[in-house]
Design a protein around this ligand. Structure first.
Ligand SMILES: C[S@@+](CC[C@H](N)C(=O)[O-])C[C@H]1O[C@@H](n2cnc3c(N)ncnc32)[C@H](O)[C@@H]1O
Length: 245
């Protein structure tokens, strides 16, 4: 069942835009995405869950494409801002070998206590979040992640390879209209201010799709405070994001 979160949403800017985008596209989403799902994403999704168990959060669960890869025996909560996407995810629950709950929530305002999850995954969420929501979203994920928990992000990047660069430039207006997506997001540059530390990052499709793993920093002072949110993005982390191993 799709339960609305009591926190509700602050209906401003990018949140409304994404809500509207995904409400509009939900019924076509799986069809439009099908070629990418089977040519690219299907083999990447298991990487998101490798070695994870316990209570997991799938942030921006969408239509539930990660469900077949949820670790058996784990307990997964999928959240998404769009009820129409969640409706499709609900139909896919039978493909999961984990226990699944679905909740409508804004990733920047999660209705969970601090340190709820053993691990959090977000696939193709940050490339759809506007720039001003990147830090608040990471901050909120950091808050609900247990101190020894793992965060994994799978996302698009602006490629440097010439042909791929041209193709993404051609594809971009469509991706922006259909999915609210951008190739220029760099969530890793906000990890430090969200109290997180990059553990590894690697391109998994050419120089186009990147998988990043992060954990809490040992010095988590100020997490959840306004001051922490206002700290500047860490240039070291941003540089690391450019030098992918
Ligand atoms: C590109 S889809 C990816 C879906 C899924 N994770 C996947 O791998 O197929 C991005 C999803 O993020 C959701 N989303 C966008 N902004 C959000 C927000 N502020 N809070 C929660 N979900 C959001 C959208 O509704 C959409 O379902």
């Amino acid at each position: 069942m799709v339960e609305p979160g009591p926190h509700g949403f602050s209906w401003q800017g990018g949140r409304v835009a994404r809500f509207q985008t995904y409400q509009r596209i939900a019924r076509f989403y799986d069809l439009i995405d099908l070629p990418f799902e089977y040519s690219r994403y299907r083999r990447l999704r298991p990487l998101l869950f490798e070695g994870l168990n316990g209570r997991l959060l799938d942030a921006g669960v969408g239509t539930g494409r990660n469900m077949p890869f949820y670790p058996p025996g784990s307990e997964v909560i999928g959240v998404d801002i769009s009820p129409a996407m969640l409706l499709r995810a609900r139909r896919r629950r039978g493909q999961s070998r984990a226990e699944v709950q679905l909740r409508q929530m804004d990733v920047t305002n999660l209705d969970f206590p601090d340190a709820t999850f053993d691990a959090i995954v977000a696939s193709f969420l940050f490339c759809t979040l506007p720039e001003e929501l990147q830090a608040p979203a990471l901050h909120e994920l950091s808050r609900v992640l247990k101190p020894d928990g793992t965060l994994r992000l799978l996302d698009y990047r602006r490629p440097r390879h010439r042909l791929r660069l041209i193709l993404t430039r051609l594809w971009e207006p469509w991706a922006r209209w259909a999915f609210g997506a951008s190739f220029d997001r760099r969530p890793e540059s906000y990890l430090t201010q969200a109290g997180l530390k990059m553990i590894r990052t690697a391109f998994v499709v050419g120089d186009l799709i990147v998988l990043t793993e992060a954990r809490h920093r040992p010095d988590m002072n100020g997490i959840g405070s306004a001051a922490a949110l206002e700290r500047r993005a860490d240039p070291d982390a941003a540089r690391q994001g450019n030098i992918l191993q």
